[in-house]
Design a protein around this ligand. Sequence first.
Ligand SMILES: Nc1ncnc2c1ncn2[C@@H]1O[C@H](COP(=O)(O)OP(=O)(O)OP(=O)(O)O)[C@@H](O)[C@H]1O
Ligand SMILES: [Mg+2]
Length: 467
Amino acid sequence: MRAKDYMNVMQKILHYIDEGVHVINKNGDTIIYNRAMAELEGMNPEDVLNKPFLDIFKSLDRESSTLLNVLENGKRIENQKQTYLNKYGKEITTINTTIPLIFNEEKLGALEIARNITKIKELSETILNLHREISSPKNTMKSKIKKYTFDNILGQSDAFKKALFIARKACKTLASVLIYGETGTGKELFAQSIHYGSERRDKPFIAQNCAAFPESLLEGILFGTAKGGFTGAIDRPGLFEQANGGTILLDEINSMPMELQAKILRVLQEGYVRRVGGLKDIPVNVRIIGTTNEDPKKLLEENKIRKDLYYRLNVLFIPIPPLRKRKEDIIPLAEYFIRKYNEKLNKQVWMLSEKGKEIILNYSWPGNIRELENIIYSAMSMIDDEHVLNHNYLPLYNSSEEKEEENLGKYIENLENENLDEFLKNIEKKMIKKALSSSNGNVTKAADNLGIKRQTLQHKMKKYEMK
Ligand SMILES: Nc1ncnc2c1ncn2[C@@H]1O[C@H](COP(=O)(O)OP(=O)(O)OP(=O)(O)O)[C@@H](O)[C@H]1O
Ligand SMILES: [Mg+2]
């Protein structure tokens, strides 16, 4: 392709991609400024193209502009948040990756790829303000927010009672807690019950999901920001300061980037926070509860959680078993939700039909208790004036993969000290037998169904002395 054609292709790519692209030359003048960049900065390309960068972005300087910084220092910057004003004074927040353009050791300029996060940033500010309003003493909304206590937790199975036992102990100490459970198993319910069952019950309980925001914003949300930290930053306390004296729930802590995990560790060890861009250490006294929906052992193995943070957090560990592993809790929970929705929806359901019970007992409940509650709620909404909740209202089907896994799981549970090699051979024999029987002894067809070569099957049949 000729250089001119390459240029045309490049122009098209730049026009159609959704990421903002901004390139300046070594004098600091803009030479490329694509459609997405113009949109996210609320400008016209003509406003910017071929003009000196600082003439347009007046709130930035050689230090705070990522483009000029990279041009000067020649070092790339990745995923850095930048807040600045556009030509018309509107505040823009982007996350930038900025790369020096150096060819044959000659500095030609700098390239920036930007994502607009103005909306997400506004959202994070709304969250902070809402938390602040809610926890202010004169707030009337406070009483309307549902507070969970141990009275709302139901469960009689041994595994579940163990979790409850540790949670009740947690009320009497200030130790950090790590709660592990699949989605919908009641992690938030446990965390709130611990807070409202502890001496801190009159102080704030603040929950923040760590997976919901990019790192730079999450840091601002948790630690607050200080004026001058970055252009446009204002003095604002973060959630740690807002939760002072109370409890902070760091939901899905396994999604938190490592660097931020290190900062959480510092709060735990030293008891103070420093706002982003601030110089002061502010003492905070906050109890931390973390949750994870992945096995902590796996998280450690895969380096998704810092070891030091894990050991600091894991003083009390509460594993909440999934519903399918505590079948004896299913019917009592279903009946509890029936009572709840009788009252809410003004119905008169007295019981579950036998078939209904069987169906909910055999279902695998991937969404756990939240799913069970939703199913009962939707069944109860459909019922008119019946007194028995019939299985027709419970459309639950396990996927066939789950069924196979469940059957195999049951099979394995019933084994006693089986030798792995013997066990695998046994399974192999059973599968071959089944495949041969459904192909009426046709070896080629059976091999096909098993996904192996005919010769391989014949070899195995010989080994196991099968006809
Ligand atoms: N043991 C329980 N007894 C009664 N209700 C429960 C129990 N466990 C959970 N629930 C109910 O199930 C729903 C989900 O619980 P919760 O939000 O605490 O789950 P979670 O583990 O935090 O889920 P996710 O990981 O999706 O955030 C809530 O409505 C809660 O009241
Ligand atoms: Mg939750």
